[in-house]
Design a protein around this ligand. Structure first.
Ligand SMILES: Nc1nc2c(ncn2[C@@H]2O[C@H](COP(=O)(O)OP(=O)(O)O)[C@@H](O)[C@H]2O)c(=O)[nH]1
Ligand SMILES: [Mg+2]
Length: 574
């Protein structure tokens, strides 16, 4: 299925062709039928000879209803461009072609109508003029089919050409994110609120919980779905859809609103965009101005700020910032048309580049690059990045996509903090989510028992100078006067230093003391005094008393009066 819009000057035979091709009169309003004039959008579909489905959005050609034309062409895949051979190229032929180009429509077929009234010469003339006018546009290589609706001439050839068009037109890009720009909202008898639109991405299914409206949005549920008057349970992108909604009155939804799946879209009132100014405009787009933007199926008054030092000249493309009156669910790549509010002329249009500009207008240099979006933020949640860009990137760290420069800065800062924490290490529990994600990928850093340490030394505390000093002077251990009390506690906790009473020993000193006392007791089995141990070790009483209390506590010795005798853990003599 492809959705194809008609385009062309008023009275050139667009609605007639849709009726001939589908059997449905797209002019559905009584006023349209009585005046023979398309005012609003019409919709009709059919099956082509190949079996492929095609849905038409029939647009008004009259310049007064251009707004309605713009509402209809925002989401189509291709166009059926109509030029009457009797009249040739006219102002709205030109304007519609420009609008389709600005909206990025890239495929089409031309119907040269009313050849029955034109005769061969006028028809040949109209063909030549047409070729000139579409040169350089997406219609340059398009098939041109001559038709005469009253006789049916050319209608089968047109069907065949449409079949080739449908086959050549790629399907709408499905990024799996549901968005339907509402072009009609009405109450259907017995069903309640129905909204229609062209589903450009994602899917819809009966029972879906969605959001509709701009500001504020309302929660709604899909009660029923139709495509070209046939009920369906679910539908994918590139279709005309009528959605029966529960939870809202039809008057609370309007053309231009969006029906989306909650949480999938970034809503924004400011976008940066590339604006192409039409070559035919007789003035540049000044640095600041008020315009009307056509986005999706809606019309929005906008303030435009040119993001550069000079106005944008006709035929040129330049960056602009658009300030919208309401927050719209937009994504880079969305197209828009800009018109002058006062003069009712099409100024240009283009493509959204950034839906959440970070830099002030004076410094913003928008482009469509995802890397720029990441670089301007440093760290972006991967799901948020998808909402901002429409592009899925696997996260680099934790749930974040991280700019390489920001990663280096954050990594260096964290490494400095870890280095500054020294032997004690940095408490991982004190880090935030980003730092913890970063830590796991920081080279030369080790995490043990909840603390991160610079990994230059295998165990930085084991090489602590005080530990070495304790081992070097086993029975005259220095006090930890110059050591951070937190480091002292950590060394004790890890068993690298043993505290007993007011003094600290190396574990090797305690082993050596146990062996020395064992040797003494082998000579004097009835016990040794503090003074005898002190003399034997060459130590002071200040150190020997706590040392012996430790040996008592671990069972190497036992106290009996003022003597120590052998305990159950006394090491055997060497
Ligand atoms: N003679 C002739 N008249 C046509 C042809 N196509 C459309 N018309 C007539 O031209 C008028 C305008 O047609 P319509 O389809 O409403 O034009 P639209 O404004 O482009 O939709 C109607 O009176 C049609 O009957 C054609 O191929 N030959
Ligand atoms: Mg019409």
């Amino acid at each position: 299925m492809r959705v194809v819009a008609t385009a062309g000057h008023v009275d050139h035979g667009k609605s007639t062709l849709v009726r001939v091709l589908t059997g449905v009169d797209p002019d559905r309003l009584a006023e349209e039928r009585s005046r023979g004039l398309t005012i609003d959008l019409g919709f009709a579909g059919t099956t082509l000879p190949s079996g492929a489905g095609i849905a038409f959005v029939d647009v008004p050609g009259h310049v007064r209803f251009l707004k309605n034309m713009l509402a209809g062409v925002g989401a189509v895949d291709a166009c059926l461009f109509v030029v009457a051979a009797t009249e040739g190229w006219k102002p709205q032929s030109e304007e519609h072609l420009r609008i389709l180009e600005l909206l990025g429509v890239a495929h089409g077929v031309v119907a040269l109508t009313k050849v029955d009234g034109a005769g061969p010469e006028l028809t040949a003339l109209a063909r030549d003029e047409l070729a000139e006018r579409v040169a350089g546009s997406f219609l340059a290589g398009a098939e041109v089919v001559e038709v005469a609706a009253p006789t049916g001439r050319g209608v089968d050839a047109l069907r065949a050409a449409l079949d080739r068009l449908v086959a050549a037109t790629p399907a709408a890009v499905d990024r799996g994110r549901t968005r339907l720009w509402v072009d009609r909202s009405f109450a259907a008898r017995g069903a309640g609120t129905v909204v229609t639109g062209t589903l450009t991405g994602g899917d819809l299914a009966v029972g879906d919980e969605l959001e509709v409206g701009l500001a504020p949005t309302r929660a709604v549920r899909v009660r029923g779905l139709q495509s070209l008057h046939a009920a369906v349970e679910a539908i994918g992108p590139g279709h005309r859809v009528a959605v029966n909604l529960a939870g809202i009155g039809h008057e609370a939804v309007a053309r231009g609103d969006a029906l989306v799946r909650p949480g999938q879209w970034h809503r924004t009132r400011v976008v940066d965009a590339a604006l192409h100014v039409l070559a035919g405009l007789d003035h540049p787009v000044s640095r600041r101005g008020a315009h009307v933007a056509y986005i999706g199926a809606g019309e929005f008054p906008v303030r435009v700020r040119v993001l550069g030092p000079t106005p944008i000249e006709p035929g040129a493309t330049g960056p602009v910032r658009l300030h919208l009156p309401v927050a719209l669910p937009l994504v880079p790549g969305d197209r828009f048309v800009l018109r002058e509010s006062g003069r009712a002329e099409t100024v240009g249009g283009g493509e959204v580049l950034d839906v959440d500009p970070q830099l002030p207008a004076s410094r913003a240099r928008p482009d469509a690059s995802v890397d720029r979006v990441v670089a301007e933020r440093g760290w972006v949640d991967a799901a948020e990045l998808e909402r901002l860009t429409g592009t899925t990137r696997p996260p680099d760290l934790g749930r974040w996509v991280v700019d390489p420069a920001a990663r280096t800065v954050a990594g260096d800062a964290l490494r400095d903090r870890i280095t500054d924490a020294g032997a004690l290490g940095l408490d991982v529990a004190g880090l935030d989510e980003r730092e913890r994600a970063l830590l796991a990928h920081l080279d030369g850093v080790r995490v043990e028992a909840g603390r991160a340490r610079a990994g230059a030394v295998v165990d930085p505390l084991a090489g602590h100078p005080w530990v070495a000093a304790l081992a070097a002077a086993p029975f005259a251990p220095p006090a930890p006067d110059a050591v951070d009390p937190a480091v002292v506690r950590e060394l004790v906790r890890r068993g690298l230093v043993v505290r007993t009473g007011p003094v600290w020993f190396a574990p090797t000193a305690l082993d050596a003391a146990a062996r020395a006392v064992g040797a003494l007791l082998a000579e004097r089995p009835d016990g040794v005094t503090v003074a005898e141990v002190r003399d034997h070790l060459g130590a002071t009483r200040k150190h020997v008393v706590p040392l012996l209390e430790h040996l008592d506590a671990v069972g190497v010795t036992r106290r009996r009066g003022d003597r120590r005798v052998a305990g159950p853990r006394l090491p055997p003599p060497a």
